[in-house]
Every structure is written in structure tokens, then in C-alpha cells.
Design a protein around this ligand. Structure first.
Ligand code: SAH
Length: 403
């Protein structure tokens, strides 16, 4: 078994631009301050080797790690951009990202990972504020107006959502501000006002008002149409997501006869794509906004034989195990913390033939795989995918078969 962290030519992005060192002072002036691109001091090829080695370090003990799937053009891939707003001591409004492990804002006008249109909208909003005497929110005093701006863009559809997150429920000069924003950016298809008065590190609050358009955008992924609202999770790198999902669905070995569970399903993307090759799909997700979107996505894609439930995946699985439901394939795509014992235990009870585990955290994935390997499963395939170029994150797809 060759588990050396080497990248064969085939998965190596072909463009010359990707082999240059992007860091070391020749690319992003904010490299050190921002901390978002931990691997910028490496060429893209070196980054891929680093991620291959990281995957082998954590998952190599379960089996052979396939060569990581890299990105051809690893720039401006983020379809969702979020900026925090604040004021300097000199009274100037700034917008950007929080400096790593702090709440100091690093001013960002352009980022090589982020969508260029989204960056431009955010910068223009910042410049527009003083015209209506609109201020930035102050975290310490709880006073001031604009806390964050969130922009989501459908790369396939071109639809753009702008979410204005404010600390107060008063929006001075709302109509005039909106009119000016829409005039300067005709590509914006919807604007949502989110009110977040709490002392919290969460960006979005509970109250929302749609100021323009439908309150959501749509995008196309793997040939399916998806509705995305302000709060629901949608993969931030759609180009690589198509590769990730294709790998996951190929691993599942669907023949059209299977009952499939899509656990931690978000807005139902994996399940809806898998449905073409399965008999029926059940999706479970904790976030109620995402479940509402998932149900709507089934309608948009005229999908039958798919149902979505809003529940904790672990509790839901325990319920399924108690009801002795039959499941042939489980897709699981938990958040960074990984899955939990009730969920993993229920897999052992439900005994699906195959489990396809998609993860954004190899450490928690390794922990969960160890559990599954002790409960009747064997790891068959491990495929890393580079979903987040220039950062140290690696996404992995693992296929487990029942022994
Ligand atoms: N599979 C989806 C979403 C993956 S992100 C996609 O590819 O787009 C992980 C998802 O797990 C998020 O939508 C999050 O809301 C959800 N989640 C987090 N904890 C959960 C839990 N305990 N039970 C069910 N879903 C959960």
C-alpha cells in the first residue's frame, strides 16, 4: 500500500498560476493579520501534498488514501462572503474579518478566496453608510447600526442575496439606502434585513424582514436546483462540491432499489442528487430553515419518494432503530464536531450495507470511524477533496461496508 503524501500528475491542477507561491508577501497583504489562509506560504501543489499527508496522518490507519482532488482555479471560489463592521478610533467605518482569535476587525476590500462581486457589494455598502449618517455597530457598548453584511451568490444562476445585519430594529433612511444599493448593484436579486441585538458571536439574529425580492436565491448543483435562504447551510465552494458529491454518490453504489438516509442533510443537496439512483430518500437535519428549504427543493426538482425531517440526527436514528426501519445506505455529513454515540450506535442496529461519511474534520471523523469499525463496518475507500484551497481544512469522503 502506497500511502506516501505524493500527488500524481492527474489530479494536479494544470494552470501555471497555481504552482506559484501565493504567500511570502507577493499575494495577499493581509496574510499574517487575517489568518484565514494558513497555507498561503506554499504553492498550490505543496498545499495539496500537505492535505494528503494530513489525511494519511488521521485516516491512513483505516486504509489506502486516494490522491486528493484539487481545484483547477483555486481562487475566488467562495460563494458566501461575510464582513463584520466596526469603527476605528479615528471614527472611520471599516469592514472585514476578525483577526484570528480576536474581535479586532481587519479591513478587507478584496480577498483572493471570495467572490469578487460579493466583495465589491460589501465595500460599496461601507462607503454608502455616511451619506445617511448610518453607523457601524459597537460590540462593547451595544450601540450603533450595522453589524455584518452577508452576501450569497449562486454561481450558476447569478442570483445575489444581500443580508444586512443590524444591532437595532430601527433602520433610518431604509428606503433611500435600499434604492441606492439596488441602483449601484443591479445584480442583487434580494435584500434581507436581519436584526441581531444580542451580545453574541453568532452573525445572524432571529428576526428577519425581506426588503427586496423573494428573500432567497437559487443555484444549480449536479443538475438540481436549490433554494438557499439567509440562514441555511450551503457548501461555499460549488465547483468542488460537485466533485465531492459525485464521489460520495459513486461510493454509495446505488442501483435504484435502495432506501437511503441523508443525515445532517442541510438543504437536502446530497439526498436530492442521490435520489436519481435510489428508490427513496429520507433526510434529517436540525436547522428548521434548512429543512424548509430542503422540502421546497424537493418541489422545485419535482422529486418524489423523498422526505425531510427536522430533528437531531442522533435522536432520529435511535427512533428509526426502535421502529426497525430498513435502510440500505446512509450518507452522513456532520458538522466539525462529528457525529455522536446515539447516531453511531443506531447504525450498528439498523445495519445499512454501506455508510458514506463526508467530513470537514479528519480528527472527529477518525474517532467516529474507529467506533464504526468496532461495530461491524470496514473502511473501503478514502478520498480527500480540496474544498478550501489556501486554508488548512481538508474534506474527506469515506466509504464503509458492513463486514
Ligand atoms: N449535507 C449538507 C450539509 C452539511 S453541514 C451539505 O452538503 O450541504 C452539516 C449540517 O448538519 C448543517 O446543516 C447543520 O445544521 C446540521 N446539523 C448540526 N448538528 C446536527 C444534529 N445534531 N442533527 C442533525 N443535523 C445537524
Amino acid at each position: 500500500m502506497n500511502n506516501k503524501p505524493q500527488i500524481k500528475k492527474s489530479n494536479r491542477p494544470s494552470r501555471q498560476s497555481t504552482t506559484k507561491k501565493v504567500g511570502k508577501g507577493n499575494a495577499c497583504p493581509l496574510y499574517k493579520k487575517c489568518g484565514g489562509c494558513q497555507l498561503q506560504n506554499m504553492t498550490y501543489d505543496e498545499q495539496l501534498s500537505f492535505k494528503q499527508a494530513k489525511t494519511i496522518k488521521y485516516l491512513g490507519r483505516f486504509g489506502h488514501v486516494e490522491e486528493i482532488i484539487g481545484m483547477d482555479e483555486p481562487y475566488h471560489y467562495r460563494n458566501k462572503v461575510q464582513a463584520a463592521f466596526g469603527t476605528t478610533r479615528g471614527g472611520k467605518i471599516i469592514s472585514g474579518v476578525y483577526q484570528s482569535s480576536s474581535h479586532n476587525i481587519v479591513m478587507v476590500d478584496e480577498c483572493m478566496l471570495e467572490d469578487k462581486i460579493a466583495d465589491k457589494i460589501i465595500t460599496d455598502i461601507r462607503k454608502m453608510l455616511p451619506r445617511w449618517k448610518l453607523t457601524a455597530y459597537n460590540e462593547d457598548t451595544g450601540k450603533g447600526f450595522l453589524r455584518h453584511v452577508l452576501v450569497k451568490r449562486g454561481f450558476c444562476t447569478g442570483e445575489v442575496m444581500v443580508v444586512l445585519v443590524t444591532g437595532t430594529n430601527i433602520f433610518p433612511a431604509k428606503k433611500e439606502f435600499l434604492r441606492a444599493l439596488l441602483k449601484s448593484h443591479e445584480e442583487i436579486t434580494t435584500v434581507v434585513w436581519n436584526i441581531n441585538p444580542s451580545k453574541t458571536s453568532l452573525v445572524l439574529g432571529n428576526r428577519e424582514e425581506v426588503l427586496f425580492g423573494s428573500g432567497y436565491i437559487e443555484d444549480i448543483l449536479c443538475g438540481k436546483r436549490f433554494r438557499i435562504s439567509a440562514k441555511s447551510f450551503y457548501q461555499i465552494n460549488p465547483v468542488q462540491t460537485e466533485k465531492l458529491y459525485s464521489t460520495a454518490i459513486e461510493f454509495a453504489g446505488l442501483t435504484g432499489k435502495e432506501t437511503v438516509l441523508d443525515a445532517y442533510c442541510g438543504i437536502g443537496t446530497i439526498g436530492l442528487v442521490a435520489l436519481d439512483k435510489a428508490k427513496r430518500v429520507i433526510g434529517v437535519e436540525l436547522n428548521s430553515d434548512a429543512v424548509r428549504d430542503a422540502k421546497m427543493n424537493s418541489k422545485i426538482n419535482s422529486a418524489e419518494n423523498i422526505r425531510f425531517f427536522c430533528a437531531d440526527a442522533g435522536k432520529f436514528m435511535v427512533g428509526m432503530a426502535e421502529e426497525k426501519e430498513k435502510v440500505d445506505v446512509v450518507f452522513m455529513d456532520p458538522p466539525r464536531a462529528g457525529s455522536d454515540i446515539p447516531f453511531l450506535k443506531s447504525i450498528a442496529t439498523l445495519k445499512p450495507e454501506r455508510v458514506v461519511y463526508v467530513s470537514c474534520n479528519v480528527e472527529t471523523q477518525a474517532r467516529d470511524l474507529a467506533y464504526l469499525c468496532k461495530s461491524g463496518y470496514k473502511v473501503k475507500k478514502i478520498q480527500p477533496v480540496d474544498m478550501f484551497p489556501h486554508t488548512n481544512h481538508v474534506e474527506t469522503v469515506v466509504l464503509l461496508n458492513r463486514k
